[in-house]
Design a protein around this ligand. Structure first.
Ligand SMILES: Nc1ncnc2c1ncn2[C@@H]1O[C@H](COP(=O)(O)OP(=O)(O)OP(=O)(O)O)[C@@H](O)[C@H]1O
Length: 276
């Protein structure tokens, strides 16, 4: 067996899995441990381990098809119903295995909310879109619902724009407003984690900027994981960045470091636009 002393640089190929903590009372909110994902015979995620800090923003970057969305969706079990999906390894939230048979997926998704690439409001009023998650929980107290709707719309920095139009069709809003509405809808059930899969890719630069500001603001109270193809965006909004390539985690750590002085050539080539 090869001993470490025979390897001149044993750390050269090791991938860091834990980001640096800002303070001692921060902890890891989400953890992936030796995770493999298969769609039928195809392996989309290859032995990824990675820890995500609470109240931080973590970006997943990498070329199309490298597994970013698949990996993101593991954290609220959105892949479960995909034909041929199979996972090995462990994903935990607050140190609890979320694939344990005792876990109720609906409960998990209250804690781990998701915002998708294309804004997808329901064909209902603005108010009812945000109230939806509360109503399906069986909450009937209208005063409580109204308070939560207003609070969530304010958090999503949409309230001032639509406060006189709460009964208006959500689909009549602009794309950027619809996306903020979807964020308000996700926030209304009081999650602690928000997964965002390319949340600004369908939006104009001004709307994208508003979402970025909002994400930054939400970090105070939420753990946010964002998939993005936009390098500038990853650099601007995230604290830590994970670079994936062909299903593998190539590099993970402080965003500024990844973007200015990455450890791996592949990361350097990707962030400087040489492929992807
Ligand atoms: N439902 C599915 N069935 C079979 N293969 C799939 C399925 N979804 C994704 N894949 C494959 O898994 C791999 C990872 O896909 P995934 O969508 O996670 O990548 P991605 O990095 O998010 O890509 P993009 O940036 O283009 O959205 C790809 O090769 C893709 O073709």
């Amino acid at each position: 067996m090869e001993s470490e002393t025979q390897n001149p640089n044993p750390k050269a190929s090791k991938v860091e899995t834990k980001p640096k903590m800002d303070s001692k009372d921060q902890s890891f909110k989400l953890q992936a441990n030796n995770v493999d994902v298969f769609y039928g015979d195809f392996q989309a995620i290859k032995n990824i381990s990675l820890d995500i800090l609470e109240r931080s923003i973590t970006a997943f970057i990498g070329p199309s098809g490298c597994g970013k969305s698949t990996f993101l969706r593991l954290f609220n079990r959105m892949n479960d119903y995909i034909d041929g999906f199979h996972m090995e390894g462990e994903i935990s939230l607050d140190k609890q295995d979320i694939y344990d048979p005792s876990i109720k997926v609906e409960e998990l998704r209250k804690t781990v909310g998701m915002v998708f690439q294309k804004p997808n409001p329901f064909p209902k009023s603005i108010y009812e879109n945000v109230a939806y998650g509360l109503r399906i929980q069986g909450i009937k107290d209208e005063d409580f619902i109204e308070k939560r709707v207003v609070e969530s719309l304010k958090q999503a920095t949409l309230f001032s724009e639509i406060k006189d139009d709460l009964d208006k069709q959500a689909l009549a809003l602009s794309g950027g407003q619809q996306q903020r509405l979807c964020i308000a809808r996700a926030l209304a059930v009081k999650p602690s984690v928000l997964l965002m899969d390319e949340p600004t890719s369908a939006l104009d630069p001004i709307s994208s900027g508003k979402i970025e500001d909002l994400v930054h603001e939400l970090k105070k109270n939420y753990t946010i994981v964002i998939v993005t193809h936009n390098m500038q965006q990853a650099g601007r909004v995230s604290d830590n960045t994970a670079f994936l390539y062909m299903g593998e985690l190539i590099e993970y750590g402080d965003t500024q470091k990844i973007f200015t002085n990455p450890e791996k050539d592949r990361t350097q080539n990707y962030i400087t636009g040489r492929f992807g």
